[in-house]
Structure formats: C-alpha cells, structure tokens
Design a protein around this ligand. Structure first.
Ligand SMILES: NC(=O)c1ccc[n+]([C@@H]2O[C@H](COP(=O)([O-])OP(=O)(O)OC[C@H]3O[C@@H](n4cnc5c(N)ncnc54)[C@H](OP(=O)(O)O)[C@@H]3O)[C@@H](O)[C@H]2O)c1
Length: 263
C-alpha cells in the first residue's frame, strides 16, 4: 500500500460481543476503526455512535468471512479508502455444539473458513505493510478450548488450536521487525456466542466473564510482549493444572467443563 493519510485499527467480528468491546475500547483511545462483519445495520449504528462519542473516523466493511474471497475484498476496501492498517484484531468466529459426526458439512466449512482461513488470509494480506512500516500490532482471538481437543466442540477447539499455533510461529518470525502479535485465550465470556452455537451457556461448568477482561488481557499482553495470554485467574489456573495430569484427563476435564455432551 502507498502513502496513507491515516492509520486504522481493523476489527473483524466487530458487530457484537468481544469484537464490539475492542471497537469501543480502541475508539475511546483515539483509534480510527475499520469494522468488519456481516450485520451491516449493527456496524453502521456502532460506527455512528463511536464517531460521535470519540471523534474518530470509523469505516464499515460488510463482509461474510465464510466467502473465501472476502479477505481480498477487505484489503482492497482499505486500499481504496486510503486506510492504512497498523492494528489488526482477528476476532470473528463461530462454533457449533455437538459431536463431530453431527456437524452439517456446510457448517463445518463455514467454521473453518471464518475461524481459520479468513483469519490467516487477512493477517497474510495486511502483515507485509506493517513489516514495511516497521509498526504494527495483531491480536488473534483464540480460546482456552484451543489448548486441547474439547469433546462436543471438537472442530471449534481444533480451529482455535490453529489460531494459537499460527500466532506462536508468527510471534517468533516477527521478532525485531517492529510488529507484535498476541493470542488471547478466553474461557467463557458473556456474549451469546454459546447460544448461537446451539449450546446452553447455563450448562457451562466455569464462571462466565464479561468482554472487558479479554480486551484488557490482549492489550496487556501486547504491551508486555507476551505470545499468549489468559484473561482470568481461573483460566491461568486451568492452564497450569494441565501440567499435573495426563493428556487423557485434560481432554476429559475440558469436555466436562464445556458440558455439551452428557458426562
Ligand atoms: N464468548 C466466549 O466465551 C469465547 C471464548 C473464547 C473465545 N471466543 C472467541 O471470541 C471471538 C468472538 O466471540 P464472541 O463471544 O464475541 O461471539 P459473538 O458475540 O457470537 O460474535 C461473533 C462475531 O463474529 C462475527 N462473525 C461470525 N461469522 C461471521 C462471518 N461469516 N463473516 C463475518 N463475521 C462473522 C459476527 O458478526 P456477524 O454475525 O454480524 O457477521 C460477530 O461480530 C470468536 O472468535 C470466539 O471463538 C469466545
């Protein structure tokens, strides 16, 4: 991308939940924003609110990340708007509760496209400009579920393992290049995500936190040059406890906590 008048923070999945919380936080901090999701009306309403509240520039890019060409269109949108991106938050994601052999093939493809393909392609498209400027930050929203296979959320947990693994490799590749990347691994967050996945959040066997803990952990992680961060003390304790038991037990406990299946 050529010379840009202004720099922007691009957030996928900005229409609700954790992505919206990132948008609100960064706009309060004076970031100009590019908001990406499918829900155009929600994005427009949020954009208008943030412009008025915080005096920042907010661009709306309505895209379905389940469409394989959407990352290229998002990159072109930013180019055409002369919006340089020096901060990227890959937050869009979805899940589906149930055993792997029950997931409709179309839903399987959608989950993989949004959680992995779009996240990887968007990062690949915007990263060279960040490296060329020697300035950039990337937050990848992974999950505690990405640390092991979660029975009842097998595909979802595998997609989040992808996010985490790619972030780790990128972290090392980007050392000394002026670009930071952090993977934030939330436990359970109050957004309606589980209901949208056909999973009753009342069944979850861990406390549910608010979106702010994810935003705070990600920003602290970037500042402290961490490769991955866990938003709550319970998340940290769970990660640590994995060292103490066998892998089979780790997987069984993850399934018990997520409580999608009859345990
Ligand atoms: N909630 C949790 O407990 C939790 C825990 C760990 C990790 N996470 C991760 O955090 C991220 C955000 O989750 P959330 O809890 O905020 O969920 P959410 O409230 O359901 O929000 C998901 C966001 O992703 C967007 N999205 C979904 N499919 C899309 C598509 N095909 N194209 C474009 N955008 C799409 C949605 O926008 P549209 O519907 O408008 O397109 C929405 O903005 C996800 O990656 C999730 O895996 C969540």
């Amino acid at each position: 991308m050529g010379r840009c008048a202004m720099m922007f923070t691009l957030i996928t999945g900005a229409s609700m939940g954790i992505g919206e919380a990132f948008a609100r936080h960064f706009s309060r901090g004076g970031h100009n924003l590019v908001l990406v999701a499918r829900s155009g009306e929600r994005l427009q309403a949020l954009a208008e609110e943030l412009r008025q509240q915080n005096g920042v520039e907010v661009k709306v890019c309505v895209e379905d990340l389940g469409d394989g060409q959407s990352p290229e269109r998002i990159y072109e949108f930013c180019r055409s708007q002369h919006a340089g991106v020096d901060f990227l938050v890959n937050c869009a994601g979805l899940s589906r509760a149930g055993d792997f052999d029950d997931i409709p093939i179309g839903k399987l493809e959608e989950i993989m496209m949004v959680n992995m393909t779009a996240m990887a392609k968007i990062t690949r498209l915007f990263l060279p400009d960040m490296v060329a400027r020697r300035a950039g930050s990337i937050v990848n929203v992974a999950s505690l579920g990405g640390l092991q296979g979660v029975p009842g959320l097998g595909l979802y947990s595998a997609t989040k393992a992808f996010v985490l693994t790619l972030s780790e490799a990128l972290y090392e590749e980007l050392q000394g290049k002026g670009v930071r990347v952090v993977a934030v691994c939330p436990g359970f967050i109050n957004t309606g995500f589980f209901e949208r996945a056909g999973h009753n959040s009342a069944n979850l066997r861990l406390p549910i936190s608010e979106t702010g803990v994810v935003v705070k952990a990600a920003i602290k992680g970037l500042k402290n040059n961490k490769v991955r961060v866990f938003p709550t003390l319970i998340d940290v304790a769970l990660v640590f406890s994995q060292r103490l038991v066998s892998r089979k037990i780790v997987i069984r406990i993850a399934g018990f906590i997520a409580a999608v299946r009859d345990n």
